[in-house]
Unconditional design. Structure first.
Length: 212
């Protein structure tokens, strides 16, 4: 399995090149983006983040003090804006209480402990928590999403009942642990899912993993 996963990575990297993911000016912006990207595409998230930046609100305390209705209006492009506004407030309360709004203050917290605390926040599931850990906090945690599961399932690396933890362990037990590798690998799988391994009518003929 380790050889197969390595081959997939090399094929994808050779085909697509570096993805430079996750886009964001600060770790905090990446964390907010990880929450806003739930159930939508990144273009919509960019619009919502641009709104927050326009009014200089992309700061923990400023966002937390913002009335829920106003926050919902600003993040409207990301969809499900009322729900996401409440989820953001839950995260912001946790983040401010836990770190004082400064990411440096949680740099000493062991990854397993920090992950558990993130998962305890309403609205944060495994994918969102791991995206924060990997992309914002530079922790070597592999992120699993719908693209990842779809690709592995179609290549018969997993069964249809494989859950998040099982898929994540598949990568973390068979790859050399590292933030850079996990970052690039996940981003490449997302690119493959968007360009070739579509949910409906996949473009198998031109897929870089066709012969694997």
């Amino acid at each position: 399995m380790a050889r197969k996963l390595d081959l997939i990575y090399r094929r994808l990297y050779s085909f697509f090149g570096a993805q430079h993911w996750w886009p964001g000016d600060t770790p905090f912006e990446v964390m907010i983006g990880a929450m806003l990207t739930q159930n939508t595409n990144w273009l919509n998230v960019e619009k919502a983040i641009a709104n927050l930046k326009k009014y200089k609100l992309l700061k923990p305390q400023a966002l937390y003090k913002l009335p829920d209705k106003r926050l919902a209006e600003l993040i409207r492009p990301s969809g499900y804006y009322n729900i996401k506004a409440k989820r953001l407030k839950s995260f912001l309360k946790f983040f401010i209480d836990f770190s004082g709004g400064n990411i440096k203050n949680i740099s000493h917290v062991p990854t397993p402990s920090l992950r558990r605390q993130l998962l305890a926040v309403k609205g944060i599931g495994p994918e969102t928590a791991d995206s924060m850990l990997l992309y914002a906090l530079n922790r070597p945690v592999f992120v699993v999403d719908a693209y990842t599961k779809r690709i592995l399932l179609r290549h018969r690396f997993i069964g249809p009942d494989a859950d998040y933890d099982k898929i994540q362990n598949l990568f973390m037990k068979n790859l050399k642990s590292g933030v850079k590798l996990f970052n690039e690998y996940h981003a490449l799988l997302v690119r493959l899912g968007k360009d070739f391994c579509l949910k409906n009518k996949p473009r198998c003929s031109g897929c870089p993993l066709k012969s694997i």
